[in-house]
Design a protein around this ligand. Structure first.
Ligand code: DX5
Ligand code: ZN
Length: 217
């Protein structure tokens, strides 16, 4: 089980130390939430922060674009990211999903598609063999610190089943309200990557929090 740290709720006054701390605590990747105030009712950070983070870590960085028209922004984030995840709700209505996937793959980076809790899981099925990751939102995107939506577990199970049925190698990531209490159930449902913000950055020991997420009994 891989664990990615979402820095949205870390202490930004000490961003470098926070990143070094999760790195030392054994996290597998960093997850950067990019919000545009349109796709989600919140703003977060953009390219300057990504570039600054890139300079101080060798950890894989995945940019999670919670934006409308990701096709207009992917090229700004792609160079300093190891992977880019965008939302199916932002692209499918305009038929831009394949355009976004092409942009990411042309840069030889990992491509992920994310879906919101109320989005039918079937909407991502046709991309099962074109993505490296499917990111299941287990909260409504826009804010850290929300409660995990339990129905996400069944959604993950069904997505996993579909991926297996079409021999897809795509990994399943889950994002939102992930903690030591639900990690085991998520693992059993088929999750490969747990993305956690609050449960790591609010913990007294990042190492312990990450270990609990990774191998919880
Ligand atoms: C929510 C973000 C998540 C969030 C995770 O819109 O995509 O990555 O920061 O934070 P927690 O773990 O606090 O739910
Ligand atoms: Zn995220």
């Amino acid at each position: 089980m891989k664990v990615a740290a979402s820095i949205l709720n870390c202490n930004f006054l000490h961003l470098a130390q926070e990143i070094k701390a999760v790195e030392a605590a054994g996290v597998d990747a960093l997850h950067l939430d990019v919000m545009d105030g349109h796709f989600v009712p919140n703003l977060s950070f953009g390219v300057p922060i990504l570039k600054s983070v890139r300079k101080i870590t060798n950890l894989p960085i995945i940019s999670h674009l919670m934006v409308i028209k990701p096709e207009d922004l992917i090229d700004k984030f792609i160079n300093d990211s190891d992977g880019v995840v965008f939302h199916i709700e932002a692209t499918e209505c305009l038929d831009h999903t394949s355009v976004c996937l092409r942009q990411i793959h042309q840069a030889r980076k990992l491509a992920g598609i994310s879906l919101n809790p109320e989005t039918p899981i079937e909407s991502v099925f046709k991309y099962a063999n074109q993505v490296e990751e499917i990111l299941v939102m287990s909260v409504h995107p826009g804010f850290g610190g929300q409660a995990f939506i339990p129905e996400s577990i069944d959604r993950i199970r069904l997505i996993k089943k579909h991926l297996a049925s079409v021999n897809s190698k795509a990994l399943i990531a889950v994002d939102g309200g992930v903690n030591g209490k639900n990690a085991q159930r998520l693992k059993e449902a088929g999750v490969d990557i747990l993305i956690a913000g609050t449960s790591i950055f609010q913990a007294p020991s990042y190492k312990q929090a990450i270990e609990e997420l990774r191998c919880s009994k």
